[in-house]
Design a protein around this ligand. Structure first.
Ligand code: A3D
Length: 320
């Protein structure tokens, strides 16, 4: 059986970390693509030279031509610019929309059968634009945000409860912005929902509220610390989990930005919801019943995503 081919479009901080993780896990052969000359080649060579020490068997190649992504099974897109302190994700819209046009053309031409994971911000609008520009079916293109947001929520909860992160599950819905919806009812420690843990005296509602607030602003917290860019280790790990579920047909249930066509009462918009990822791509969108407060937060988050998508259509009417 031929090895899988993984193309990483954007060889920056996340792209390089993705290549490292994909090689360590031997997910397939890897092509790092970037418009910057030398960067993808340098990172590919450096990583290939770590192979003998780490004991992985994966070919790594750096490229500046889309022809090199030909036939890729999985593509992870991080091309574009990240945030700097004081910037919101939405400030990136104009620049990264142009990048999504170019990337979509490249995918359409060379790898139209790939499963594509978009990470470029503002996430929900960029994955929407990338689906349009690439022409890929909606089930073959998703956005990575929920796995990262719920990992942050899980980490903060594990610190609060002083239990292993492995036993904390978390559920996050909505767009990848400061109004995302971390769901308390569906987040648990070893199956015990958070509201029960409050009743059991493990934490207080006030502490839980501040953890939710920190989760919502988790990306900004890292940007303010790094000063020169945004988070990359955890975002890369999250996208690798999604790629692995597709490549190994694991059918994991993961929160991803998926195209809603009526689900959750939303039409023609990419928003974070739980989905099943298997060999067919997004094989199922899991629709849970929201309570009134969750629905109100979800609606607010969806409205923010819609306003960004509308802004894309104004910037480039070809997207309308
Ligand atoms: P960075 O290290 O700057 O890498 C981006 C790379 O894209 C650079 O190497 C650029 O040369 C390259 N690039 C720019 N334009 C093009 C183009 N037209 N074609 C190909 N490559 C191009 O950024 P990063 O890796 O830290 O972040 C990448 C993106 O991910 C940014 O938009 C971030 O905002 C976003 N991000 C999203 C999340 C989510 O949870 C959704 C988390 C963290 C970062």
């Amino acid at each position: 059986m031929a090895r899988s081919k993984i193309a990483l479009i954007g060889a920056g901080q996340i792209g390089g970390t993705l290549a490292h993780l994909a090689a360590l896990k031997e997910l397939g052969d890897i092509v790092l693509f970037d418009i910057a000359e030398g960067t993808p080649q340098g990172k590919a060579l450096d990583l290939a030279e770590s192979g003998p020490v780490n004991g992985f068997n994966a070919a790594l190649k750096g490229a500046n031509s889309y022809a090199d992504i030909e036939g890729a099974d999985v593509i992870v897109v991080t091309a574009g610019v990240p945030r700097k302190p004081g910037m919101s994700r939405d400030d990136l819209l104009g620049i990264n929309l142009k990048v999504m046009e170019a990337v979509g053309d490249g995918i359409k031409k060379y790898a139209p059968a790939a499963f594509v994971i978009c990470i470029t911000n503002p996430l929900d609008a960029m994955v929407w634009a990338l689906q349009k520009s690439s022409g890929l079916p909606a089930k073959k293109i998703v956005g990575m945000a929920g796995v990262l947001d719920s990992a942050r929520f899980r980490y903060f909860l594990s610190e609060e409860f002083k239990v292993s992160v492995e036993d904390v599950t978390a559920f996050v819905l909505g767009g990848h912005g400061d109004d995302m919806v971390p769901s308390v009812r569906y987040s648990t420690v070893a199956g015990i929902p958070l509201p029960d843990l409050v009743k059991m005296g493990w934490t207080t509602q006030e502490r839980l509220d501040s953890i939710i607030d920190r989760t919502r602003k988790g990306g900004g917290e890292i940007v303010n610390l790094l000063k020169t860019g945004s988070a990359f280790y955890a975002p890369a790990a999250a996208a690798i989990a999604m790629a692995e579920s597709y490549l190994k047909d694991k059918r994991r249930v993961l929160p991803c930005a998926a195209k809603l066509e009526g689900e959750y009462g939303v039409d023609n918009l990419y928003v974070g919801v739980p989905v099943v990822i298997g060999a067919g791509g997004v094989e199922k969108i899991v629709e849970v019943k929201l309570d009134l407060a969750e629905q109100q937060m979800f609606d607010k988050s969806v409205a923010s995503v819609r306003s960004l998508v509308d802004a894309c259509k104004v910037i480039n009417p070809a997207f309308a």
